[in-house]
Design a protein around this ligand. Structure first.
Ligand code: GLN
Length: 474
Protein backbone atom coordinates (compact mmCIF):
# COMPACT_ATOMS: atom_id res chain seq x y z
CA UNK A 1 0.00 0.00 0.00
CA UNK A 2 1.20 3.49 -0.75
CA UNK A 3 2.22 5.89 1.97
CA UNK A 4 -0.41 8.58 2.45
CA UNK A 5 0.49 12.15 3.34
CA UNK A 6 -2.96 13.71 3.44
CA UNK A 7 -6.50 12.71 4.24
CA UNK A 8 -7.87 13.96 0.92
CA UNK A 9 -5.80 11.31 -0.93
CA UNK A 10 -7.11 8.61 1.40
CA UNK A 11 -10.67 9.83 0.86
CA UNK A 12 -10.17 9.76 -2.90
CA UNK A 13 -8.97 6.19 -2.80
CA UNK A 14 -11.78 5.17 -0.45
CA UNK A 15 -14.27 6.76 -2.84
CA UNK A 16 -12.77 5.11 -5.88
CA UNK A 17 -12.87 1.74 -4.15
CA UNK A 18 -9.06 1.38 -4.26
CA UNK A 19 -8.89 1.21 -0.49
CA UNK A 20 -10.94 0.28 2.56
CA UNK A 21 -10.52 1.59 6.09
CA UNK A 22 -9.78 -1.97 7.16
CA UNK A 23 -6.87 -2.18 4.70
CA UNK A 24 -5.66 1.20 5.83
CA UNK A 25 -5.67 0.31 9.51
CA UNK A 26 -4.05 -3.07 8.78
CA UNK A 27 -1.25 -1.30 6.95
CA UNK A 28 -0.63 1.12 9.82
CA UNK A 29 -0.67 -1.81 12.26
CA UNK A 30 1.90 -3.58 10.11
CA UNK A 31 4.09 -0.47 10.05
CA UNK A 32 3.86 -0.22 13.83
CA UNK A 33 4.80 -3.87 14.23
CA UNK A 34 7.70 -3.71 11.81
CA UNK A 35 9.11 -0.64 13.54
CA UNK A 36 8.58 -1.70 17.10
CA UNK A 37 12.26 -0.98 17.80
CA UNK A 38 11.50 2.76 17.54
CA UNK A 39 9.34 2.40 20.68
CA UNK A 40 6.83 5.01 19.48
CA UNK A 41 3.75 3.31 20.98
CA UNK A 42 3.18 2.21 24.56
CA UNK A 43 -0.05 0.47 23.62
CA UNK A 44 -1.68 -0.37 20.29
CA UNK A 45 -5.48 -0.67 20.06
CA UNK A 46 -5.31 -3.34 17.38
CA UNK A 47 -8.67 -5.11 17.63
CA UNK A 48 -10.59 -1.96 18.44
CA UNK A 49 -9.12 -0.03 15.55
CA UNK A 50 -9.88 -2.86 13.12
CA UNK A 51 -13.45 -3.17 14.41
CA UNK A 52 -13.97 0.56 14.09
CA UNK A 53 -12.54 0.48 10.56
CA UNK A 54 -15.09 -2.17 9.61
CA UNK A 55 -17.91 0.02 10.94
CA UNK A 56 -16.66 3.03 9.06
CA UNK A 57 -16.37 1.08 5.81
CA UNK A 58 -20.09 0.32 6.22
CA UNK A 59 -20.89 3.93 6.97
CA UNK A 60 -18.94 5.07 3.91
CA UNK A 61 -20.92 2.70 1.74
CA UNK A 62 -24.12 4.25 3.02
CA UNK A 63 -22.75 7.76 2.71
CA UNK A 64 -23.16 8.28 6.44
CA UNK A 65 -19.54 8.68 7.46
CA UNK A 66 -18.19 11.67 9.38
CA UNK A 67 -15.79 14.19 7.91
CA UNK A 68 -12.72 12.46 9.37
CA UNK A 69 -13.52 8.97 8.09
CA UNK A 70 -10.22 7.51 6.91
CA UNK A 71 -8.14 9.50 9.37
CA UNK A 72 -6.11 7.23 11.64
CA UNK A 73 -4.51 8.97 14.59
CA UNK A 74 -2.50 8.24 17.72
CA UNK A 75 -2.57 9.98 21.09
CA UNK A 76 0.25 10.96 23.37
CA UNK A 77 0.15 9.15 26.70
CA UNK A 78 -0.98 12.35 28.41
CA UNK A 79 -4.42 12.35 26.79
CA UNK A 80 -7.30 10.39 28.26
CA UNK A 81 -9.41 7.87 26.39
CA UNK A 82 -12.41 6.41 28.15
CA UNK A 83 -11.76 2.95 29.65
CA UNK A 84 -8.17 2.94 28.44
CA UNK A 85 -4.95 3.30 30.32
CA UNK A 86 -3.17 6.61 30.53
CA UNK A 87 0.14 6.93 32.35
CA UNK A 88 1.83 10.18 31.33
CA UNK A 89 4.89 8.06 30.51
CA UNK A 90 5.24 7.54 34.26
CA UNK A 91 5.51 4.57 36.56
CA UNK A 92 3.34 6.40 39.07
CA UNK A 93 0.29 5.87 36.83
CA UNK A 94 1.31 2.58 35.27
CA UNK A 95 -1.99 0.78 35.90
CA UNK A 96 -4.31 3.74 35.84
CA UNK A 97 -7.37 3.59 33.61
CA UNK A 98 -9.22 6.73 32.56
CA UNK A 99 -12.96 7.00 33.15
CA UNK A 100 -13.54 9.55 30.40
CA UNK A 101 -12.10 10.85 27.15
CA UNK A 102 -10.34 14.14 26.51
CA UNK A 103 -12.76 16.53 24.79
CA UNK A 104 -10.31 16.91 21.88
CA UNK A 105 -10.02 13.16 21.35
CA UNK A 106 -13.76 12.72 21.57
CA UNK A 107 -14.28 15.42 18.92
CA UNK A 108 -12.15 13.47 16.44
CA UNK A 109 -13.82 10.15 17.24
CA UNK A 110 -17.23 11.73 16.72
CA UNK A 111 -16.22 12.54 13.17
CA UNK A 112 -15.21 8.91 12.61
CA UNK A 113 -11.46 9.24 12.97
CA UNK A 114 -9.90 6.01 14.23
CA UNK A 115 -7.56 5.99 17.21
CA UNK A 116 -4.79 3.42 16.80
CA UNK A 117 -2.86 3.67 20.05
CA UNK A 118 -1.19 5.45 22.92
CA UNK A 119 2.16 7.02 22.20
CA UNK A 120 5.35 7.14 24.24
CA UNK A 121 6.49 10.48 25.71
CA UNK A 122 8.71 12.06 28.32
CA UNK A 123 7.27 11.63 31.80
CA UNK A 124 4.44 14.15 32.30
CA UNK A 125 5.74 16.04 29.27
CA UNK A 126 9.03 16.95 30.91
CA UNK A 127 11.86 16.54 28.48
CA UNK A 128 13.22 17.42 25.07
CA UNK A 129 14.47 14.04 23.85
CA UNK A 130 11.94 11.42 24.93
CA UNK A 131 14.58 9.81 27.10
CA UNK A 132 12.64 10.56 30.31
CA UNK A 133 9.95 7.92 29.77
CA UNK A 134 9.31 5.04 32.14
CA UNK A 135 8.73 3.02 28.95
CA UNK A 136 12.18 3.61 27.49
CA UNK A 137 13.54 6.06 24.95
CA UNK A 138 11.96 6.60 21.53
CA UNK A 139 14.24 6.53 18.48
CA UNK A 140 14.28 8.77 15.45
CA UNK A 141 13.25 6.75 12.38
CA UNK A 142 15.78 8.58 10.20
CA UNK A 143 18.67 7.56 12.46
CA UNK A 144 18.04 5.18 15.32
CA UNK A 145 21.05 6.50 17.21
CA UNK A 146 19.38 9.89 17.44
CA UNK A 147 16.55 11.21 19.56
CA UNK A 148 13.17 12.12 18.08
CA UNK A 149 12.89 15.18 20.35
CA UNK A 150 10.41 15.49 23.16
CA UNK A 151 8.32 15.38 24.99
CA UNK A 152 5.89 14.12 22.31
CA UNK A 153 8.60 11.99 20.68
CA UNK A 154 6.45 8.90 20.12
CA UNK A 155 3.76 10.99 18.47
CA UNK A 156 6.26 12.63 16.11
CA UNK A 157 7.89 9.34 15.12
CA UNK A 158 4.50 7.70 14.54
CA UNK A 159 3.71 10.29 11.85
CA UNK A 160 7.28 10.37 10.53
CA UNK A 161 7.35 6.57 10.08
CA UNK A 162 3.81 6.13 8.72
CA UNK A 163 2.32 4.45 11.76
CA UNK A 164 -0.68 6.80 11.58
CA UNK A 165 -1.63 9.86 9.57
CA UNK A 166 -1.90 12.33 12.45
CA UNK A 167 -0.85 12.39 16.11
CA UNK A 168 -2.11 14.46 19.00
CA UNK A 169 0.67 15.65 21.25
CA UNK A 170 0.87 18.28 23.94
CA UNK A 171 2.99 21.40 23.87
CA UNK A 172 3.86 23.23 27.07
CA UNK A 173 7.22 24.64 25.94
CA UNK A 174 7.78 23.12 22.54
CA UNK A 175 6.88 19.46 22.90
CA UNK A 176 5.10 19.33 19.55
CA UNK A 177 7.20 21.79 17.55
CA UNK A 178 10.61 20.54 18.65
CA UNK A 179 10.03 16.83 17.90
CA UNK A 180 8.30 17.82 14.66
CA UNK A 181 11.50 19.63 13.66
CA UNK A 182 13.70 16.67 14.66
CA UNK A 183 11.55 14.22 12.72
CA UNK A 184 10.80 16.26 9.60
CA UNK A 185 7.05 16.62 10.02
CA UNK A 186 4.66 19.54 10.65
CA UNK A 187 3.90 20.40 14.28
CA UNK A 188 1.39 22.99 15.47
CA UNK A 189 0.92 24.53 18.87
CA UNK A 190 -2.32 26.49 18.64
CA UNK A 191 -3.11 29.55 20.74
CA UNK A 192 -3.34 28.73 24.46
CA UNK A 193 -7.02 28.02 25.28
CA UNK A 194 -7.99 27.34 21.66
CA UNK A 195 -8.53 23.65 22.48
CA UNK A 196 -10.09 22.33 25.67
CA UNK A 197 -7.60 20.85 28.13
CA UNK A 198 -10.20 18.53 29.62
CA UNK A 199 -8.66 15.08 29.72
CA UNK A 200 -5.09 16.28 29.34
CA UNK A 201 -2.87 15.34 32.29
CA UNK A 202 -1.64 18.67 33.63
CA UNK A 203 2.02 19.69 33.64
CA UNK A 204 1.92 23.53 33.73
CA UNK A 205 -1.69 24.57 33.35
CA UNK A 206 -1.13 28.12 32.14
CA UNK A 207 1.05 26.79 29.31
CA UNK A 208 -0.37 23.35 28.40
CA UNK A 209 -1.78 23.13 24.90
CA UNK A 210 -2.81 20.17 22.77
CA UNK A 211 -0.91 20.19 19.49
CA UNK A 212 -1.07 18.40 16.15
CA UNK A 213 1.50 16.45 14.11
CA UNK A 214 0.80 15.89 10.43
CA UNK A 215 2.48 15.65 7.07
CA UNK A 216 0.20 18.18 5.39
CA UNK A 217 -1.03 21.63 6.37
CA UNK A 218 -4.57 20.68 5.28
CA UNK A 219 -4.80 17.79 7.73
CA UNK A 220 -3.44 19.93 10.54
CA UNK A 221 -6.06 22.60 9.82
CA UNK A 222 -8.87 20.07 9.56
CA UNK A 223 -7.99 18.43 12.86
CA UNK A 224 -7.67 21.80 14.60
CA UNK A 225 -11.07 23.01 13.42
CA UNK A 226 -12.63 19.76 14.62
CA UNK A 227 -11.10 19.95 18.12
CA UNK A 228 -11.10 23.70 18.84
CA UNK A 229 -13.77 25.69 20.61
CA UNK A 230 -15.80 26.11 23.75
CA UNK A 231 -16.21 23.25 26.20
CA UNK A 232 -18.16 23.46 29.40
CA UNK A 233 -15.71 21.05 31.03
CA UNK A 234 -12.81 23.52 30.76
CA UNK A 235 -13.48 26.99 32.14
CA UNK A 236 -10.28 28.37 30.61
CA UNK A 237 -11.07 27.44 27.03
CA UNK A 238 -11.74 30.34 24.67
CA UNK A 239 -15.18 31.07 23.28
CA UNK A 240 -13.67 32.83 20.26
CA UNK A 241 -15.51 31.38 17.25
CA UNK A 242 -13.65 28.66 15.35
CA UNK A 243 -13.20 29.55 11.70
CA UNK A 244 -13.05 26.94 9.00
CA UNK A 245 -9.26 26.63 9.00
CA UNK A 246 -9.17 23.97 6.30
CA UNK A 247 -10.63 26.25 3.63
CA UNK A 248 -7.43 28.31 3.97
CA UNK A 249 -9.23 31.62 4.16
CA UNK A 250 -7.03 34.49 5.20
CA UNK A 251 -4.60 33.99 2.35
CA UNK A 252 -2.92 37.21 1.33
CA UNK A 253 -0.58 37.69 -1.57
CA UNK A 254 2.19 39.14 0.55
CA UNK A 255 2.91 39.49 4.23
CA UNK A 256 5.03 41.48 6.62
CA UNK A 257 7.48 39.18 8.36
CA UNK A 258 9.90 39.88 11.20
CA UNK A 259 12.93 37.84 12.13
CA UNK A 260 14.92 38.17 15.33
CA UNK A 261 18.64 38.84 14.80
CA UNK A 262 19.35 37.56 18.34
CA UNK A 263 18.03 34.15 17.28
CA UNK A 264 20.25 34.05 14.23
CA UNK A 265 23.45 35.43 15.68
CA UNK A 266 23.51 33.21 18.77
CA UNK A 267 26.46 30.85 19.02
CA UNK A 268 24.08 28.10 20.03
CA UNK A 269 22.65 27.90 16.50
CA UNK A 270 23.88 25.07 14.28
CA UNK A 271 25.31 26.52 11.03
CA UNK A 272 22.98 24.57 8.71
CA UNK A 273 19.93 25.84 10.60
CA UNK A 274 21.25 29.37 10.30
CA UNK A 275 21.79 28.99 6.56
CA UNK A 276 18.35 27.40 6.09
CA UNK A 277 16.74 30.30 7.91
CA UNK A 278 18.70 32.87 5.92
CA UNK A 279 17.78 31.13 2.67
CA UNK A 280 14.12 31.10 3.74
CA UNK A 281 14.29 34.83 4.44
CA UNK A 282 15.79 35.44 0.99
CA UNK A 283 13.18 33.35 -0.79
CA UNK A 284 10.40 35.17 1.06
CA UNK A 285 11.85 38.49 -0.03
CA UNK A 286 12.11 37.23 -3.58
CA UNK A 287 8.45 36.22 -3.45
CA UNK A 288 7.54 39.84 -2.66
CA UNK A 289 7.05 39.65 1.12
CA UNK A 290 8.47 42.34 3.37
CA UNK A 291 11.02 40.70 5.66
CA UNK A 292 12.79 42.80 8.28
CA UNK A 293 15.00 42.24 11.31
CA UNK A 294 13.48 43.29 14.63
CA UNK A 295 15.65 43.21 17.71
CA UNK A 296 14.30 41.18 20.63
CA UNK A 297 16.81 41.58 23.47
CA UNK A 298 14.54 39.68 25.85
CA UNK A 299 15.32 36.36 24.16
CA UNK A 300 17.83 35.48 26.90
CA UNK A 301 15.15 35.74 29.58
CA UNK A 302 12.50 33.55 28.00
CA UNK A 303 14.00 30.17 28.89
CA UNK A 304 14.70 31.01 32.58
CA UNK A 305 11.20 32.49 32.99
CA UNK A 306 9.71 29.40 31.39
CA UNK A 307 11.55 26.97 33.66
CA UNK A 308 10.72 28.91 36.83
CA UNK A 309 7.03 29.20 36.04
CA UNK A 310 6.49 25.70 34.69
CA UNK A 311 8.31 23.97 37.54
CA UNK A 312 6.22 26.01 39.99
CA UNK A 313 3.00 24.95 38.29
CA UNK A 314 4.23 21.36 37.98
CA UNK A 315 5.00 21.11 41.69
CA UNK A 316 1.39 22.04 42.42
CA UNK A 317 -0.17 19.90 39.67
CA UNK A 318 1.82 16.78 40.47
CA UNK A 319 0.97 16.90 44.17
CA UNK A 320 -2.15 14.89 43.31
CA UNK A 321 -0.01 11.79 42.77
CA UNK A 322 0.39 10.91 46.41
CA UNK A 323 0.03 7.13 46.54
CA UNK A 324 -3.20 7.50 48.50
CA UNK A 325 -5.79 8.31 45.84
CA UNK A 326 -4.61 6.45 42.76
CA UNK A 327 -1.51 5.28 40.99
CA UNK A 328 1.59 3.64 42.41
CA UNK A 329 1.63 2.96 46.15
CA UNK A 330 4.89 1.96 47.76
CA UNK A 331 4.88 -1.38 49.58
CA UNK A 332 7.31 0.17 52.10
CA UNK A 333 4.84 2.16 54.15
CA UNK A 334 4.59 2.53 57.91
CA UNK A 335 2.88 5.90 58.31
CA UNK A 336 1.29 8.63 56.21
CA UNK A 337 4.53 10.45 55.56
CA UNK A 338 6.33 7.35 54.33
CA UNK A 339 3.31 6.58 52.14
CA UNK A 340 3.66 9.92 50.36
CA UNK A 341 7.42 9.99 50.35
CA UNK A 342 8.13 6.47 49.18
CA UNK A 343 5.29 6.29 46.67
CA UNK A 344 6.42 9.52 45.03
CA UNK A 345 10.13 8.69 45.16
CA UNK A 346 9.54 5.28 43.57
CA UNK A 347 6.85 6.42 41.14
CA UNK A 348 8.46 9.53 39.64
CA UNK A 349 11.57 9.56 37.49
CA UNK A 350 14.62 11.70 38.14
CA UNK A 351 13.69 14.69 35.95
CA UNK A 352 10.18 14.93 37.36
CA UNK A 353 11.54 14.81 40.90
CA UNK A 354 14.07 17.52 40.04
CA UNK A 355 11.31 19.78 38.73
CA UNK A 356 9.01 19.21 41.69
CA UNK A 357 11.87 20.19 44.00
CA UNK A 358 12.76 23.22 41.90
CA UNK A 359 9.13 24.30 41.68
CA UNK A 360 8.61 23.89 45.40
CA UNK A 361 11.73 25.97 45.99
CA UNK A 362 10.66 28.89 43.78
CA UNK A 363 7.26 28.90 45.48
CA UNK A 364 8.65 28.74 49.01
CA UNK A 365 7.90 31.74 51.23
CA UNK A 366 11.46 33.08 51.29
CA UNK A 367 12.05 32.86 47.56
CA UNK A 368 8.59 33.45 46.09
CA UNK A 369 9.19 37.09 45.21
CA UNK A 370 12.76 36.61 44.07
CA UNK A 371 11.85 33.90 41.57
CA UNK A 372 8.15 33.31 40.99
CA UNK A 373 6.88 36.90 41.13
CA UNK A 374 9.83 38.11 39.11
CA UNK A 375 9.30 35.45 36.45
CA UNK A 376 5.62 36.43 36.22
CA UNK A 377 6.67 40.02 35.56
CA UNK A 378 9.18 38.88 32.95
CA UNK A 379 6.43 36.80 31.35
CA UNK A 380 4.28 39.91 30.97
CA UNK A 381 7.14 41.89 29.45
CA UNK A 382 7.91 39.13 26.96
CA UNK A 383 4.25 39.12 25.93
CA UNK A 384 4.20 42.90 25.56
CA UNK A 385 7.37 42.97 23.47
CA UNK A 386 6.25 40.10 21.28
CA UNK A 387 2.84 41.69 20.73
CA UNK A 388 4.55 44.95 19.84
CA UNK A 389 6.33 43.15 16.99
CA UNK A 390 3.12 41.46 15.89
CA UNK A 391 1.27 44.77 15.72
CA UNK A 392 3.56 45.72 12.87
CA UNK A 393 4.21 42.32 11.35
CA UNK A 394 2.01 39.36 10.44
CA UNK A 395 4.57 36.77 11.50
CA UNK A 396 7.79 36.18 13.37
CA UNK A 397 10.11 33.65 11.75
CA UNK A 398 12.56 31.91 14.05
CA UNK A 399 14.36 28.53 14.07
CA UNK A 400 12.41 25.80 15.84
CA UNK A 401 15.53 24.42 17.51
CA UNK A 402 19.17 25.44 17.97
CA UNK A 403 20.37 22.07 16.62
CA UNK A 404 18.99 19.17 14.65
CA UNK A 405 18.29 15.82 16.36
CA UNK A 406 21.16 14.93 18.68
CA UNK A 407 22.47 11.53 19.72
CA UNK A 408 20.72 9.43 22.33
CA UNK A 409 22.43 10.03 25.67
CA UNK A 410 24.22 13.16 24.45
CA UNK A 411 22.56 15.54 26.92
CA UNK A 412 21.12 13.27 29.59
CA UNK A 413 23.90 13.98 32.06
CA UNK A 414 23.37 17.74 32.01
CA UNK A 415 19.81 19.04 32.45
CA UNK A 416 20.75 22.60 31.49
CA UNK A 417 22.13 21.40 28.17
CA UNK A 418 18.86 19.57 27.59
CA UNK A 419 16.80 22.67 28.45
CA UNK A 420 18.69 24.59 25.75
CA UNK A 421 16.83 22.54 23.14
CA UNK A 422 13.75 24.65 24.02
CA UNK A 423 15.50 27.98 23.47
CA UNK A 424 13.34 29.04 20.53
CA UNK A 425 10.07 27.27 21.25
CA UNK A 426 9.37 28.78 24.68
CA UNK A 427 8.59 32.30 23.43
CA UNK A 428 5.27 31.13 21.95
CA UNK A 429 4.58 29.16 25.13
CA UNK A 430 5.29 31.96 27.58
CA UNK A 431 3.10 34.29 25.49
CA UNK A 432 0.40 31.72 24.65
CA UNK A 433 0.70 32.59 20.96
CA UNK A 434 0.25 30.05 18.16
CA UNK A 435 3.31 28.70 16.39
CA UNK A 436 4.01 26.04 13.81
CA UNK A 437 7.18 24.16 12.91
CA UNK A 438 7.63 23.36 9.23
CA UNK A 439 10.16 20.85 7.87
CA UNK A 440 12.32 23.04 5.66
CA UNK A 441 15.75 21.73 4.80
CA UNK A 442 18.28 19.15 5.97
CA UNK A 443 21.62 19.34 7.74
CA UNK A 444 24.93 17.83 6.55
CA UNK A 445 23.91 14.44 7.96
CA UNK A 446 20.56 14.59 6.21
CA UNK A 447 18.62 15.20 9.40
CA UNK A 448 15.60 17.54 9.11
CA UNK A 449 15.69 21.26 9.91
CA UNK A 450 12.54 22.97 11.20
CA UNK A 451 11.57 26.61 10.81
CA UNK A 452 9.04 28.08 13.18
CA UNK A 453 6.39 30.70 12.43
CA UNK A 454 4.65 32.58 15.22
CA UNK A 455 1.65 34.88 14.91
CA UNK A 456 -1.04 36.72 16.88
CA UNK A 457 -3.45 34.91 19.18
CA UNK A 458 -6.26 33.13 17.32
CA UNK A 459 -4.71 33.84 13.92
CA UNK A 460 -4.22 30.17 13.06
CA UNK A 461 -6.06 30.61 9.73
CA UNK A 462 -3.42 33.06 8.61
CA UNK A 463 -0.68 30.82 9.99
CA UNK A 464 -1.89 27.88 7.91
CA UNK A 465 -2.27 29.99 4.77
CA UNK A 466 1.27 31.31 5.07
CA UNK A 467 2.69 27.88 5.97
CA UNK A 468 1.20 26.52 2.80
CA UNK A 469 3.00 29.16 0.75
CA UNK A 470 6.26 28.46 2.54
CA UNK A 471 6.04 24.71 2.04
CA UNK A 472 5.32 25.23 -1.65
CA UNK A 473 8.24 27.59 -2.08
CA UNK A 474 10.42 24.95 -0.64
N1 GLN B 1 11.09 20.47 26.77
C1 GLN B 1 10.22 21.33 27.50
C2 GLN B 1 10.17 20.90 28.95
O1 GLN B 1 10.76 19.93 29.28
C3 GLN B 1 8.87 21.35 26.87
C4 GLN B 1 7.98 20.30 27.32
C5 GLN B 1 6.60 20.35 26.79
O2 GLN B 1 6.29 21.17 25.93
N2 GLN B 1 5.75 19.51 27.34
O3 GLN B 1 9.55 21.54 29.75
Amino acid sequence: MKSYHRLSDIRNDLQLGNLTCQQLVSQYLKNIEEQEHLNAFIEVYKDEALAKAKDIDQKLKKNQAGKLAGLVFGIKDLLCLDKHRVSGGSKILSNFESQFSATAVEALLKEDAIVIGRQNCDEFGMGSSNENSAYGAVKNALDVNKVPGGSSGGSAVAVQADMCLVSLGTDTGGSVRQPAAFCGVIGLKPTYSRISRWGLLAYASSFDTIGIFSKSIEDNALVLETMAGADRKDATVSKTPVPSYSTMKGTQETYRIAYLPEAIETEALQPEIKSTLLATIESLKAAGHTVEPVSFPMLDYVLPAYYILTTAEASANLSRYDGAHYGHRSPHVHDLESLYKNSRTEGFGEEVRRRILLGTFVLSASYYDAYYTKAQKVRRLILKETQRILEEFDFIVIPTTPTTAFKLGEHTKNPLEMYMADLFTVQASVTGLPAISLPIGKDAENMPVGIQIMTNAFDEAKLFAFSKKLMKNN
